[in-house]
Structure formats: structure tokens, C-alpha cells
Design a protein around this ligand. Structure first.
Ligand code: GDP
Length: 198
């Protein structure tokens, strides 16, 4: 897929205020610092569409971007950062869960996982919740440039085995990406394109 346009539309923390155009929507979510903003910029070929930051928890809103005038890319807040109060965490969870449960246009959620890390409870719990609620998702392993090819394969295999040993009967669709090396871009965009054509 060629990216002809990528426009910021709106940020908010209320699913009812998200754009109501009936076009397919793809959400990106993951732990803070996983490389989500970099991935979004890499996919859209824009330097600063999503704001990258070393400051965890900066983007705490549901951000809608319209791509090629025919689908939405949604940048969701990063989860799992330590410096948020319990109350904030609850509010955060509520509007994010509302988003996933109520957003009709959502066709797939991409859950970002740093390829270097062992499976972490917060990601596994999130995947379990999203699976139980019947929301389609795929895993996007990020920062693959940080590992050598053999290590990439080993980490991915271990991660998927962990999922299969846990609760999953089938391994989810996954992508191996590196924003700094532009790895996985074509595959991810082709996946979105194929769904859009259905
Ligand atoms: P976010 O908090 O999930 O949006 O993460 P960012 O995109 O802001 O990235 C967090 C940090 O990881 C930054 O220092 C980025 O430069 C770095 N980073 C992001 N993607 C990659 C990648 O593909 N490779 C490498 N080596 N570093 C990355």
C-alpha cells in the first residue's frame, strides 16, 4: 500500500467523540516506550505524525489519523508505566476498554511487544482480555534491529510457545518490525490492505 495521505483528525478520551465515519479502523497499543510512535511514523512515512518521546505516558489520548482517506489509524495510550497513580490507571483503563468494546469500526488491534523482552504479565493479560472479548488482534514485535537474526527467531518462537502454553489454541498473526531499519512495513501495510479489500 502506498501512503498518499496521513492526516491527524482528533484526540480525545471518550469513545463517543471518536469520528463516526464508517471506514475500517486499526488500533495500535502497547507498553510505554515499546516503539509505538516510531512504528506509526515508519508505517505512514511521516517523521512526526505520532509524537515520539522518551517520556513515558505522554500520549494519554485516543488519537485518530486518517490514512489515504479510507481508513483510520488509531494511536492508543501506552500502558504499564510506573509513574501513574492508581486512580489515573483506573480512568485510563475505563476509556480504553470502552474504546475496544464499543468501537464498531475497529477491525484489528495491533499489540506491540518489544522483541527483546520475555513475555510480561501486563501484555499477556491484555491479550487475554482482548481475545475473550472477540476483538481481532495481531502482535507486532518491535525493535528487531536490536537482535541478531538467530536471536530474533528464538525470541519470537519462545514468545509464541509461551502464548500457546498459556491459554491460546492458535498462535496469533505476528509481524517482526524495526522502525529504524524500516523492517516489516510492507508486510503490515499489505495485511491492512488485504482486510480493507475484503
Ligand atoms: P512509544 O512510547 O511506544 O511511542 O515509543 P517511541 O516510538 O517513542 O520509542 C521509544 C524509544 O525506543 C525511543 O528512544 C526510540 O528511539 C526507540 N525505538 C523505537 N523504535 C525503535 C526501533 O525500531 N529500533 C530501535 N533501535 N529503537 C527504537
Amino acid at each position: 500500500m502506498k501512503i498518499k495521505s496521513a492526516d491527524f483528525i482528533i484526540s480525545n478520551s471518550d469513545v463517543a467523540k471518536c469520528p463516526n465515519e464508517p471506514i475500517p479502523e486499526y488500533a495500535f497499543i502497547g507498553r510505554s516506550n515499546v516503539g509505538k510512535s516510531s512504528l506509526i511514523n515508519m508505517l505512514t512515512d511521516r517523521k512526526n505524525l505520532a509524537k515520539t518521546s522518551g517520556r513515558p505516558g505522554k500520549t494519554q489520548l485516543i488519537n485518530h489519523f486518517k490514512i489515504n482517506d479510507n481508513w483510520f489509524l488509531v494511536d492508543l495510550p501506552g500502558y504499564g508505566y510506573a509513574r501513574v497513580s492508581k486512580k489515573d490507571k483506573k480512568t485510563f483503563q475505563k476509556y480504553i476498554t470502552d474504546y475496544f468494546l464499543q468501537r464498531q469500526q475497529l477491525v484489528c488491534s495491533f499489540i506491540l511487544i518489544d522483541i527483546r523482552h520475555k513475555p510480561q504479565a501486563i501484555d499477556l493479560e491484555f491479550m487475554q482480555w482482548i481475545g475473550e472479548n472477540g476483538i481481532p488482534f495481531a502482535i507486532v514485535f518491535t525493535k528487531a534491529d536490536k537482535l541478531k537474526p538467530l536471536a530474533i527467531q528464538r525470541h519470537v518462537t519462545e514468545y509464541l510457545e509461551h502464548l500457546l502454553n498459556d491459554v491460546w489454541e492458535e498462535a496469533p498473526q505476528y509481524f517482526i518490525t524495526s522502525s529504524s531499519k524500516k523492517l516489516g512495513r510492507d508486510e503490515l501495510l499489505a495485511y491492512i490492505d488485504a482486510i480493507n479489500q475484503e
